[in-house]
Design a protein around this ligand. Structure first.
Ligand code: HEC
Length: 172
């Protein structure tokens, strides 16, 4: 009787200890998973915030002329949807689409304009972009904003001719 009552708790002790250890391991594991989830959430919300901001900046600074779907208006504002990405295939095109007055002169920071340009290209003209599309960054935008665009209409005609010759794309 005494030996039996002594044996049982002695066996139980390591078992319950083992359970505690398992609990700690499980806690550590869920903590780790929690961190992962939090990290993932941070990344997604940051990207999301940039996108939302870029879209808002398009609405505030570009949409008035270019329209919500970037279709523009014939004879006045060029259609950008399903087209503007072609500029990135030809020399000078990457610079041109930032240096046009509406873009370069927008009252937003270099970073914000970079985000608008990237958002605009991916949102309205993803299929026309080159495979190795390199997004704009603030540094590139700052440099381009300092170089004025000379003879814009002639420059555009040149670029459109290059797009036609290289890709066989006629304007729209
Ligand atoms: C006041 C009207 C207006 C606003 C605002 C405006 N644009 Fe434009 N955009 C034009 C017009 C008009 C053209 C054609 C070239 C010209 O006459 O300036 C053009 C041309 C462009 C082009 C070249 C497209 C092509 O096919 O030649 C791009 C890219 C562009 N704009 C981007 C933007 C972006 C990005 C913004 C906002 C940050 C913006 N524009 C704001 C009117 C505007």
């Amino acid at each position: 009787m005494t030996s039996a009552s002594f044996v049982i708790p002695a066996r139980e002790w390591p078992v319950s200890r083992n359970r505690d250890v398992k609990k700690y391991v499980a806690f550590g594991d869920s903590l780790f998973k929690g961190f992962l989830l939090l990290a993932l959430l941070c990344i997604t919300t940051t990207t999301g915030a940039n996108e939302i901001l870029a879209r808002q900046n398009y609405i505030l600074n570009c949409q008035g002329c270019h329209l919500p779907d970037a279709s523009g208006s014939e004879g006045n504002v060029p259609k950008m949807n399903d087209f503007v990405g072609y500029f990135l295939h030809v020399p000078g095109g990457r610079e041109f689409i930032v240096q046009v007055p509406g873009a370069a002169g927008a009252p937003i920071s270099d970073q914000e304009l970079a985000d608008v340009m990237n958002w605009m290209l991916l949102n309205f003209s993803k299929n026309e972009l080159p495979d190795q599309f390199v997004p704009y960054d603030a540094e590139e935008i700052a440099k381009l904003r300092k170089e004025p665009l000379i003879d814009m209409h002639h420059r555009r005609e040149e670029l459109i001719a290059r797009i036609r010759d290289k890709l066989g794309v006629t304007e729209y």
